[in-house]
Design a protein. Sequence first.
Length: 187
Amino acid sequence: MINKFYLKNAGKVKAAFSEKKDFPHVSLFDFLEKNAFASLRKEILSLSFSHEQKPMFHSYSSLNISPALQQKLFSPGVISFLNTIMGRKITLGRVYLYSFSQKDYTLLNDSYTEKPGVDIIFDLTVGWDSAWGGTITYVNGTGDALKLPVKPNSLMIIRRQKDEQRFVKYVNHLVGKRKRVFVIIKV
């Protein structure tokens, strides 16, 4: 299921993840084999998302995923690979499945800050133009930022350090009917 290139080069991926001091992260493009990705994406896009809006915090659609779908996303092979990259055994936190369309966003808000940890983001978005918004951005409060690329079938692992927070840029009218869909797991 995982792209064999990454399985053969897990040590190199771990080194790339470990060597970054500001916004430690790694982006793995074409993470799953093409057929596995297409099947998983089709299944997820067929699900019914519910829209949630809290103007001072966010506007997006989300979904609680079933344990069976969680197993497909994060099979024992994927968990083993992630353990290797992070150099420790991980336990998955809550799995968040999001869909962003026109007028959706998340905001930074001082009343909600996340503790340091690791975010694992799996991107299911195909054919997205960054001019439409929807970019996931990490900031540290000093003016530094990390903007994650929007690329289908990519897995990004980001270590959130003290004072680092994440937001999703406002999705503007240019997007039309398209949707930005991704999974975030906090470890």
